[in-house]
Design a protein around this ligand. Sequence first.
Ligand SMILES: [Zn+2]
Length: 309
Amino acid sequence: MAYARTAAPAVDECAWCGHRLGGDAEHRPGRIRCARCGVATTSPWPSDEQLAEAYAVWYRPSAGRFSGVGDAVLKRTRSALANRLHRVLPPGPVLDVGAGDGTLVEAFRRHGREAVGVDPYASGASPHVRAVELEEMTGGWSAVIFWHSLEHLRRPVQALRHAADLVVPGGVLVVAVPNAASLQARLFGGRWLALDLPRHLVHIGAPALLSQLEALGFRVERVSYLRGGQVLFGWLHGFVGRLPGHPDLYDTIRRNEARQATQSPAFRLYALAAAAAALPLSLVGTAIEVATRSGGTIYVEARREPKTS
Ligand SMILES: [Zn+2]
């Protein structure tokens, strides 16, 4: 990865709240945690060139990211999300921010609901995903969805503010992000799956996210520490990564052309066997996280107050 952590000066301002990261900030490898809002900002702050490199073709090839059942599972979980949201949303179009290949957008459209995605790195696979920034979008939407995209944005709070303006009264903001305050984040530290430097620019916990949504005039209706996905996988990835050779399980399950580094068949087998062995303990970890509301991801549905007459 071309992202050098030492070549650039440390970031000096919190990307979430704008607070100056001075002596009260907590320095961790690859990020600095703000004393005011608790959100950590990736440091050094990657350049546009470094991010372009980090999103190069291997990250999301048009043939799909994962081998075998992986992409099918991904499609089914997006489908389940669309089914659920279709029931709780008022009529009207849906906007998916960071829509990728448009899997979620297509799932909404199968319900007969208008849906559009935006993604500056759009693969072009879906005609309903536009390669533009969120800030270029206007109009009234029954939902704006950030499915694991908010943490990729340089100005996440400004993006939430713009999204809030796009949501009609009674409509919903949906946000799923990695939970930087989760048990697995603390346990696996610099090797945690969802740290994902330098693509993840902010590292958010639930309090900062929920209070921001409320400050925008939204009522938080649902918070889940499981629905955001990747909770069990985060544990598996973390345990496997601790073994000799530090196998990257996320890379192991990707297609050859979607892998950061080549892995020999023997090394892949080793990683997969380790994952199978780590499954029972990972299930326990997941259960503890869900029970203590500290899961590896945060999923929030927040509704804009309907107009009262
Ligand atoms: Zn802050």
